[in-house]
Design a protein around this ligand. Structure first.
Ligand SMILES: [Zn+2]
Length: 156
C-alpha cells in the first residue's frame, strides 16, 4: 500500500466560474490561477502523484505553459490515474478537507463526492469530504484543499 498527500490553494477572482471537484458551484467569484483553478482536483492529483513518488502537478503541467490556461483540471487527475494504473496500483480511498469562507460546501458535498468518485473510478463511499471555514487565518479570499489518498497494489 502507498499513501499520498496533496495541498493546494487558489485566490478568489471575480468574473470566472467556481469549480470544486469538477462541479461548477453558483458563486460570485471563481478561483484564479493555474488552469480552471479547481483546488480540490489539484490537491487530489498531487496526492496521487505523491503516493507514486512521481513529479508533482506543477512539474508535469507548468502554470507558465499557456496550454494549461483555463484547462479542465480533470485532465491532470486523469494523467495521475494513468501513471497509477501503469505502476499497478488502484485507489482504496481518498479523504479531503476544503478550507474556505464561502460558499457553503455542505449543500454541494454529495454532488462533489459523487463526481470525484466517478473521476477516480471508485464508489462515493470511498471519497471523504469535509469543509471548514478559515477561522483566524485571514484567508477569506482564498480556497485551500488538503487531500490524502491510499493506494493498493493490484494482484493480477
Ligand atoms: Zn492548483
Amino acid at each position: 500500500m502507498r499513501v499520498g498527500f496533496g495541498w493546494d490553494s487558489h485566490e478568489f477572482k471575480s468574473g470566472i466560474p467556481l469549480k470544486i471537484g469538477g462541479v461548477t458551484l453558483d458563486h460570485s467569484k471563481g478561483l484564479g490561477g493555474h488552469s480552471d483553478g479547481d483546488v480540490l482536483l489539484h490537491a487530489l492529483t498531487d496526492a496521487l502523484l505523491g503516493a507514486l513518488a512521481a513529479p508533482d502537478i506543477g512539474s508535469l503541467f507548468p502554470p507558465s505553459d499557456p496550454k494549461w490556461k483555463g484547462a479542465d483540471s480533470a485532465v491532470f487527475l486523469r494523467e495521475a490515474l494513468q501513471r497509477m494504473r501503469a505502476a499497478g496500483y488502484a485507489v482504496v480511498n481518498v479523504d479531503a478537507t476544503l478550507i474556505l469562507a464561502a460558499p457553503k460546501i455542505g449543500p454541494h458535498a454529495a454532488a462533489i463526492r459523487e463526481h470525484v468518485a466517478e473521476l477516480l473510478g471508485v464508489s462515493p463511499d470511498c471519497v471523504g469530504l469535509k469543509a471548514k471555514t478559515p477561522e483566524g487565518l485571514a484567508t477569506d479570499n482564498a480556497a485551500i484543499a488538503n487531500a490524502v489518498v491510499l493506494l493498493e497494489k493490484k494482484t493480477t
